[in-house]
Design a protein around this ligand. Structure first.
Ligand SMILES: Cc1cc2nc3c(=O)[nH]c(=O)nc-3n(C[C@H](O)[C@H](O)[C@H](O)COP(=O)(O)O)c2cc1C
Length: 164
């Protein structure tokens, strides 16, 4: 798929709002992800408030770009009633990748900022957003960009074993 090939982490954004309709398409794609037993452990916080974006950008030395993004989606894992609790991070990984790919499909760029399972980052996001429940998994700032996203060939034959 072209969007899989061309998706790159984009860390600078134009000062242009993202349409609500596009945000919904991105969330819809995220919720289409596979999950263990179809448990769909995800929840999403869409952050557009400038003060909160600024605070989220201070999560780590590698999250500064959040301050200049028009929007960031915070992906949370549910804490309760999971059928296969041990798989929540795998479920959330698939969900985050779907979300990133739909951002590209919608003509924008974003970057996955890792939160789980680093306790300090998880705690920071919880406090910043005053979350009562939910385990912060990732923060994805995104928006329109003038950065071109192009294909990088990462195929490595020696990583593959065929057992015929
Ligand atoms: C779990 C995870 C955590 C990441 N955390 C950060 C981060 O904190 N800051 C950042 O700028 N990029 C982060 N990235 C993006 C990676 O740096 C990026 O995907 C990688 O360098 C490959 O580049 P590409 O996305 O352009 O293909 C993260 C990616 C993943 C999957």
């Amino acid at each position: 798929m072209k969007i899989i090939d061309n998706r790159r982490s984009v860390r600078s954004y134009l000062d242009k709002p993202v349409e609500q309709e596009k945000i919904e398409k991105i969330l819809r794609a995220a919720m289409q992800a596979p999950s263990a037993g179809n448990q769909r452990p995800w929840e999403f916080v869409v952050v557009r408030n400038k003060t909160l974006l600024q605070k989220l950008s201070e999560m780590s030395p590698y999250s500064k770009m959040v301050a200049s993004a028009p929007v960031a989606i915070v992906l949370l894992g549910k804490e309760k009633d999971l059928m296969f609790e041990e798989f929540w991070t795998q479920d959330m990984g698939a969900c985050t990748q779907n979300l990133l790919l739909e951002i590209v499909e919608q003509g924008m760029g974003g970057v996955w900022l890792g939160v789980a399972s680093q306790d300090d980052r998880m705690q920071y996001v919880k406090e910043t957003l005053s979350l009562k429940e939910g385990m912060p998994f990732a923060v994805v700032p995104f928006g329109y960009t003038d950065k071109e996203q192009t294909y990088i060939d990462r195929y490595e034959e020696d990583r593959v074993t065929y057992l015929d």
